[in-house]
Design a protein around this ligand. Sequence first.
Ligand code: F3S
Length: 386
Amino acid sequence: MELDREDELVLNGEFGETRRMMMEILVTLGKVFDAERMVPIRSAQVSGASYKTIGEYGLQWIRGLDARAAVPAILNPVGMDRDRWREMGISPEFAKKQVEVISAYERLGIRLDCTCTPYYLTITQYGDHISWSESSAVAYSNSVIGARTNREGGPSALAAAIIGKTPYYGLHIVANRKPGLVIDVDGAGAHDASWYGALGYIAGKEAGNRIPYFRGIRPDRDQLKALGAAMAASGAVALFHVEGITPDSRVFSYDPKGLETIPVEQKEISDLYKDIPVDAVAIGCPHCSPDELGAIAHLLEGKHVKKPLYVFTSKAVAGNSRSFVEIIERSGARVYADTCMVVSPCMDSYLAVMVNSGKAFTYVPNMCGAASRIGTLEECINVACS
Ligand code: F3S
């Protein structure tokens, strides 16, 4: 792998042990995937931020690092709302450890926006090389924005943040961004984001790590977010195309002839909507956009929740949508920032959780030990209020 003079010096330890170690991570990754060179990145997004997921070993590893990010870098959601953790029922012991993790990242120059939707906060444009690690953000940035990132792990995204470069392989190379299978969807009728989450749940299992090319659907941006997040969770999809909608599908004329084609019928999707009893409802996987907060506020106005209803978003989006947040909280629901239903221990005491997200539908059973039920946003609000 070709390195420039400065990269060689970094690898030789001339700029400190942490930068040497970070360069070694990137070079090793590059060698494994036959990268010929490094490519400068515009931004990084670093997962592995919740003490629930990284534990003591992860905390000690991050604490031992001593360098600063060379490019704008944003942290993934952590295990609690940094201001309202007591209200979430988080134990002081967990909170103390979580604060230590956050401080360790802050010392490395990582922005503490703590969100899986960094695309609402950073300027990321078509063709930008980036190094993001949260799988739903990877799917969105590659597919909806047309930026270029592989599905990084927390350490490799952190290494890229500190070095400001990443190995040039995989989805950074245009030739590797062609579809690997076609998914023909019976998409007739109007659908909400949960329907796209359910479709993504099915499609991700079929696609694995291939690049799907969808025909028959016309999702908006929030629905694309739901679709990509679900496929990244039930499969390992890092990029998808939707005919006539996503930028690469319009820039390159892909010829799907000869590719495996998988049909998805409406019944397969509707079969996922099961009416099981739940004891909590959680919305905001990935973190809610301003429009999604507006839709929740509209549905909750003048109502009172009878079951715990959690809404997750980033602090920045919540701050810019104060009037929606006030309406939602007046109903008794809670809008928490910095965290989510999966990476926080706050959902671990429930037996069954209703969500409107294909990703949360996949992860809640394993990560929270609760059964998951998927429903539309309207159904989620009705269940929370009944
Ligand atoms: Fe984001 Fe948590 Fe879902 S990190 S994508 S809200 S599992």
